[in-house]
Write a protein that binds this ligand. Structure first.
Ligand SMILES: *Cc1c(COP(=O)(O)O)cnc(C)c1O
Length: 451
């Protein structure tokens, strides 16, 4: 096992990494950080150049975002042009073409009926706005008692306080802050399996309906990730479940908030995962891949019914307004990214990735220590029994030329749609080798500090 990063990294990088370790927080980390992070010098397409000059294939799309790979020339050109014209201007009382053009492009592709857009900076904030919209809607209808949310277990909607309250109640950060979070209602997670048949599984929707029928006078909205539950377990569920959730929300007069932050812009094989169920939510959140992974932007979309409900009641104004709302640079990047997507053969690319993952990852199912392998769209997931092997897998995958970032017992990858075939092969080979190596040699531990 030769880990060359330290030896190859220049003294310059050694001191940068040491400064980073002492002073900078990383996601879900401590300071000083006992785990070394890798320096990155540059990106291009599906390639990441590390501080030691090693070039690795990206298996993460920077957490679902970089769907076209990095530094896409069209997105970069649009951003260069915008940065020279107007990188930012406040959105209070002012507007600009990047926001208007992006909104037109979005309204052409989102599920029909969603036609009002609220821009914000990150996915968590987009979800906060969605929740606020739903609560304000009912306040305006003189139903302030409709102020609870109903969601499903294994969900993930963000890291802020209102969103933590609808994340899975037993995992993530929920238990730590439970006493400070608004208590909401949790239905069992939908049964695992995109192809799961209705007969096998209607107990999950029955449990969901039971909560809805009992509590609907106090429920403002249902929040759910469509088809793919992301950070709460990388679980895929059947479109029919979502279809029934939509119907039940309508029946019980509860708004439906769909969180497409991870799934939006093609990842599951449809532009938006809601399309698998043919539904339009009342409110929808997008983020992550919105700008093709270049710069932070998110949005909360709603139907006219919701916007009228908020705007025609009291106080009549949606009480939210981020400083960097509809940042022109981000809007220009998002518009360019949508155009790149729509002008690309993304469906063919995703079909290829699905077939590739199915062919190469599915055989891991028979390996002792592997609980499940699942593939949907451009997402491949290997679920392990053990939840303490992630760092070893990350290390070995890196030695085989791929960047992966497993979490808990989940090794997963969602590459750029336009990843080259040989890079995709490198990626799956690295993942498979890493999983096999850690599972067939249990007990062997690598010193991650060497990375
Ligand atoms: C990532 C994610 C969020 C939060 O987005 P941030 O930009 O990290 O705040 C919310 N919901 C889902 C489904 C996500 O995947």
């Amino acid at each position: 096992m030769t880990l060359t990063h330290n030896t190859a990294a220049s003294a310059h990088w050694q001191s940068l990494l040491e400064f980073d370790r002492q002073h900078i927080w990383h996601p879900y980390a401590k300071v000083p950080n006992p785990l070394n992070v890798l320096g990155v010098i540059s990106t291009s397409g599906s390639h990441i150049t590390l501080a030691n000059q090693q070039v690795v294939v990206d298996g993460m799309s920077s957490w679902w975002a970089a769907i076209h790979g990095y530094n896409h020339p069209d997105i970069c050109a649009a951003m260069h042009q915008q940065i020279d014209t107007m990188p930012h201007i406040m959105f209070g009382g002012l507007t600009h073409e990047p926001a208007i053009a992006l909104t037109k492009a979005l309204l052409n592709i989102v599920p029909p009926g969603l036609d009002k857009v609220f821009y914000s900076d990150s996915g968590s904030v987009a979800m906060e706005v969605a929740i606020k919209m739903a609560l304000q809607y009912w306040i305006s209808q003189l139903r302030p008692d409709k102020n609870r949310l109903l969601t499903v277990r294994n969900g993930y909607h963000g890291d802020t306080f209102a969103t933590m309250a609808v994340c899975d109640p037993d995992s993530g950060m929920h238990p730590l802050f439970g006493h400070l979070l608004t208590p909401h209602l949790f239905a069992p997670a939908p049964h695992l399996g995109f192809d799961c048949s209705e007969d096998d599984s209607d107990s999950d929707i029955a449990a969901f309906e039971a909560l809805l029928s009992q509590h609907h006078p106090h429920i403002a909205a249902v929040t759910i990730e469509p088809i793919v539950q992301g950070a709460g377990g990388m679980r895929f569920y059947r479109p029919d479940y979502l279809k029934q959730v939509r119907a039940l929300c309508t029946q019980y007069n509860v708004l439906l908030i769909v969180d497409e932050i991870a799934t939006g812009f093609g990842r599951t094989g449809k532009l938006f995962a809601s399309e698998w169920a043919g539904i339009t939510p009342d409110i929808m959140c997008i983020g992550k891949a919105l700008t093709g992974g270049t710069v932070s932007l998110a949005a909360t979309l709603c139907t006219q019914n919701v916007s009228d409900g908020v705007s025609q009641g009291q106080p009549g104004l949606l009480m939210h307004g981020p400083t960097f709302m509809a940042n022109p640079l981000a809007c220009a990047a998002a518009l360019a990214s949508i155009n790149v997507l729509l002008n690309s053969p993304w469906q063919t690319q995703i079909t290829y990735i699905t077939a590739h993952f199915s062919q190469h990852l599915n055989p891991l199912k028979t390996l002792p220590g592997v609980v499940d392998v699942r593939v949907l769209g451009a997402i491949g997931v290997v679920e392990l029994e053990r939840n303490d092997l992630g760092l070893q897998i990350q290390t070995i995958a890196l030695q085989h030329g791929a960047w992966l970032r497993p979490f808990g017992n989940l090794v997963y990858t969602m590459p750029a749609f336009n990843i080259a075939k040989e890079d995709l092969q490198t990626l799956t080979d690295a993942l498979i080798n890493a999983v096999k190596q850690v599972l067939t040699r249990p007990g062997q531990t690598l010193s991650i500090a060497q990375i």
